[in-house]
Design a binder for this molecule. Structure first.
Ligand code: FPP
Length: 243
């Protein structure tokens, strides 16, 4: 009898989060402007999102711009704020062909009106698609998100719409940007830093982590697959004992 090897990816994360780090360093190493690194990073995002969709991942959340990134040089901030438009022009057709939905998480009050309109249009245009959801976190910060959620819950209590003892994990979860998604199963951070940088702190409570030295623009399909193979081999216990 032929002994068959088990498929390498018997299990993929339902919700994958990626901290897209290292665009600037990738560019600098090549003598390019940092903005070239961001452009290449955006192209790689399209490539990896298409692949993640093929592999059956339900949600892929990516950290594109944090609430702290506004402190970067104005020229770089201006370029990063042009990326949603550039990215949309690049992904529009292939995401449509592959039924990928695009959602955005984060504050909208500090974005330009043009960007807010664009984000809303992209969300509306892609809302009914049944493939993966690419959740782009833009002007996103986890502490900011949690404070916003707490304020909404407190308001419900003050207005006597919610009794205090009816506040559970799900209550807060319902007020997060990610309310419709499952918690994060796996988080990948590229480019060698070993930190979370205020990304999805609530949602990663039981997530597995993967850190790689490869900068985001160089993190192609083979390296991505290697990261997913590592996930497939892990045993998740969620605080319980080995099954
Ligand atoms: C971190 O690299 C990356 C960013 C701040 C931007 C990431 C954004 C993209 C890859 C494109 C996102 C697409 C959309 C649609 C907005 P870094 O600049 O911190 O790199 P460094 O640590 O090497 O300086």
């Amino acid at each position: 009898m032929i002994k068959r090897k088990k498929p390498l990816l018997n299990r993929v994360p339902r919700h994958l989060a990626i901290i897209l780090d290292g665009n600037g360093r990738w560019a600098k190493k090549r003598g390019l402007a940092r903005t070239e690194g961001h452009k290449k990073g955006a192209m790689n995002l399209k490539n990896i999102a298409l692949f993640a969709n093929e592999l059956g991942i339900e949600v892929m959340s990516v950290y594109a711009f944090s609430t702290e990134n506004w402190s970067r040089p104005q020229e770089e901030v201006d370029y990063l704020m042009k990326l949603p438009k550039l990215f949309e022009e690049q992904f529009r057709d292939s995401f449509k062909d592959n039924s990928i939905r695009v959602a955005f998480s984060g504050r909208r009050d500090r974005l330009s009106k043009a960007n807010v309109d664009l984000l809303e249009r992209i969300e509306k245009d892609t809302a009914s698609r049944d493939g993966m959801t690419l959740n782009i976190c833009l002007d996103y910060g986890s502490k900011d998100e949690i404070i916003r959620a707490v304020k909404e819950v407190v308001k419900e209590v003050q207005e006597n719409k919610l009794p205090l003892d009816a506040i559970h994990e799900e209550t807060l979860g319902k007020h997060l940007y990610t309310s419709e998604f499952p918690d994060v199963d796996y988080l990948i951070r590229t480019s060698g830093e070993l930190r979370l940088s205020n990304f999805l702190l609530w949602q990663v409570a039981y997530a597995e982590f993967y850190f790689t030295k490869t900068p985001w623009p160089a993190f192609g399909r083979t390296k991505f697959l290697r990261a997913l193979i590592s996930y497939a081999k892990r045993q998740r216990r969620f605080g319980g004992l080995k099954g």
